[in-house]
Design a protein around this ligand. Structure first.
Ligand SMILES: Cc1cc2nc3c(=O)[nH]c(=O)nc-3n(C[C@H](O)[C@H](O)[C@H](O)COP(=O)(O)OP(=O)(O)OC[C@H]3O[C@@H](n4cnc5c(N)ncnc54)[C@H](O)[C@@H]3O)c2cc1C
Length: 365
């Protein structure tokens, strides 16, 4: 489905549905970002635009995307395509220590950069508790400097433009699920070669699990709570915000931050990066390990090479935990279907009735 900047403004930006992925920025001088809010500073008047085509919040045929990324329809309507679901962690102590959990993301990126399989990696940099920024890492040390989750919607895909401008290719991308989808839309958009960007220069995409990102006002909230203390790490357990500082651990009920959740995230259908080559999340109970979902052949090949090189170790995903993951993801999808049904024609999700039935077990959400 095609559209232009006016449609983007009307359907995505004005109703607060922008995911803040950052891909449209630098495609057009009229799109700017201020504190993680994308704004259109002038209507360009085009009827069709690349900004609309690559946006993860413009209409997206989910099943078509499955076919174009994985070459087949999905068998698992909750978790998407997956070849394996594992627990995994980085073996190098310095990566495991720097990583948010097991450091799998940083280890894979550092490994790929170190072996010269990619020349750059699109990442997200920033000190814990401060507004993050897009980063383009060119070596393992720079990748490691980006370790750690920053819980707001950094427009990190801007770094993809920087890579293209500098002729740095191929690149790896690490992103939230919305960013993964934006990259996939870019990869299949025809005619974008006119721009300096071309999605085929992306060698592989590592997606994060992400149930929501927070508005940057969260950082002011954090600062008010921590005062002069230096923030060392920010984390979330299912019930709490956990802030590690040089003066000790501060904990707040997670309900205190729910008000900062970005409105667009309340209508996100994909908390586990379904279109990534590999998707990485927490285990929800052992912070030394990650959940690792191997989705594509490319992802499988990357993991195999990383395991053979001794960079990553894995163990089986505990079968008793799988229903917990499935339920959390399904509930998120059902909440989104309800919210999108209320939104009506401006819904970005295009799902067949068969797909909805497979997910919900009934005809309508
Ligand atoms: C906003 C957000 C919400 C999340 N919510 C969940 C959740 O609900 N459940 C869950 O299981 N996991 C969630 N995660 C993922 C989790 O926090 C870890 O990022 C993931 O498990 C990888 O861990 P690691 O130890 O391999 O990461 P590391 O090795 O520390 O690597 C982290 C990577 O994430 C990238 N990154 C950091 N912040 C951002 C950002 N804001 N946007 C894009 N990329 C970023 C960095 O570039 C780095 O490469 C979330 C992450 C983010 C950023």
């Amino acid at each position: 489905m095609s559209g232009g900047p006016d449609d983007l403004a009307r359907k995505v930006l004005q109703p607060g549905q922008c995911a803040g992925c950052g891909l449209c920025l630098d495609l057009c001088p009229y799109l700017q970002v201020v504190e993680e809010k994308v704004v259109m500073i002038h209507p360009c008047g085009l009827k069709e635009g690349d900004c609309y085509r690559v946006c993860p919040r413009t209409p997206t045929d989910w099943e078509d995307m499955d076919r174009s990324v994985f070459g087949a329809a999905r068998a698992d309507h909750v978790l998407g395509h997956h070849r394996e679901i594992l627990f995994a962690r980085a073996t190098a102590p310095e990566i495991a220590a720097a990583g948010q959990y097991g450091g799998v993301v940083s280890a894979l990126i550092a490994f790929a950069l170190g072996r010269g399989e990619v020349r750059g990696a699109v990442l997200t940099a920033g000190a814990p508790g401060e507004m993050p920024r897009p980063a383009l890492a060119e070596n393992p040390e720079e990748a490691l400097a980006c370790a750690g989750s920053k819980y707001s919607a950094a427009p990190s895909l801007r770094a993809l433009h920087e890579a293209a401008r500098r002729g740095l290719e191929p690149v790896a991308v690490v992103g939230r699920p919305c960013q993964v989808l934006a990259v996939r839309k870019l990869q299949r958009a025809r005619g974008l070669e006119a721009h300096h960007l071309a999605g085929r220069k992306v060698a592989w995409v590592t997606g994060l699990f992400c149930f929501w990102a927070l508005d940057p006002a969260f950082y002011a909230f954090l600062r008010a709570k921590t005062g002069d203390a230096r923030i060392l790490r920010v984390d979330f357990s299912p019930d709490s915000l956990l802030v590690h500082t040089d003066r000790g651990l501060l904990s707040e009920p997670v309900d205190k931050v729910r008000g900062f959740v970005r409105p667009a995230c309340r209508e996100c259908f994909d908390p586990t990066s379904e279109f990534a080559d590999v998707a990485v999340g927490s285990t929800e109970y052992d912070e030394a390990w990650n959940t690792l979902v191997v989705r594509s052949e490319r992802g499988e090949a990357l993991l195999r090479a990383a395991r053979e090189a001794g960079v990553i170790e894995v163990k089986p995903y505990p079968p008793e935990r799988l229903p917990l993951l499935r339920t959390a993801v399904l509930n998120k999808k059902l909440r989104t279907l309800e919210a999108q049904a209320a939104r009506g024609e401006s819904s970005h999700l295009q799902l067949s009735e068969g797909y909805r039935r497979a997910l919900t077990g009934r005809d309508q959400p």
